[in-house]
Unconditional design. Structure first.
Length: 247
């Protein structure tokens, strides 16, 4: 009986991290409404850290459950779907009128569709099909932080940001392949060189977080379409090669 109670108590830990993820989304929404856009952006980034850790902790402690998966998806929809959509709308898209709120709404609904497809997918591939919703949210957040760091008004770039929102929405529901972090484990040993590399990356990001985060997330967003186009190009070449040899 005691072991059973201990096992049940372990389930609190990953769900607690999911709750912290949800709190970050809620805090981001309230901060955006109060025009504290940088605080709202940082809250979403912190939510991403909690989202990364809750799954890792659940798998490391063998406490994964269907409840945890569903709760995590609901929290992700708030933190990485609704919160960044509202942030971008209040930050710059509100003055764009109907296209502005349409872009924000499309981002939120495509994020929900992306989560639904992920939860119902039976694929065993370690890669993601479509841009993960946390990465799409992080791209928006990095734009807000970059403009704040450079002290640039977003108003002259309203059209570019509008296009970005539509592009991110499309990427989330697309068939583009994105590399996942499923193999990355924070609870297992790793080679010394890899540890040093991770430390150097973290130090570089800490030096100029706004600029480097924008570079990292924009590179990841672009990697999906580029990798898909390269794969299709070489796939067509391999199929055409036997015909060229006369087989």
């Amino acid at each position: 009986m005691q072991n059973q109670n201990i096992k049940k108590s372990i389930y609190i830990l990953p769900n607690l991290f999911t709750s912290m993820n949800l709190f970050c989304g809620y805090y981001s929404i309230t901060a955006a409404i109060q025009s504290r856009f940088v605080d709202a952006a940082i809250a979403i980034l912190i939510g991403g850290v909690f989202d990364f850790l809750d799954g890792k902790i659940a798998r490391a402690t063998n406490t994964t459950s269907k409840f945890g998966v569903e709760y995590d998806s609901l929290a992700d929809l708030i933190t990485f779907g609704l919160a960044p959509a509202l942030l971008m709308f209040l930050w710059v898209l509100e003055s764009a009128g109907r296209p502005g709120w349409s872009a924000a709404f499309l981002f939120a609904i495509c994020g929900a569709l992306r989560l639904a497809r992920f939860n119902t997918s039976s694929s065993s591939s370690i890669d993601f099909e479509g841009l993960p919703i946390p990465a799409a949210a992080a791209m928006n957040v990095s734009v807000v932080l970059l403009f704040s760091r450079l002290e640039i008004s977003p108003e002259p770039f309203k059209l570019i940001i509008l296009v970005l929102m539509f592009a991110l929405s499309f990427c989330m529901v697309s068939s583009f392949k994105y590399k996942s972090c499923k193999k990355v484990s924070v609870f297992k040993s790793m080679k010394f060189n890899r540890l040093v590399g991770i430390i150097l990356i973290l130090v570089a990001i800490a030096t100029e977080p706004s600029i480097l985060l924008f570079i990292v997330f924009s590179t990841y967003v672009i990697s999906g379409p580029v990798a898909t186009l390269v794969y299709q190009k070489y796939s067509k070449r391999d199929k055409a090669a036997p015909a060229d040899r006369g087989f």
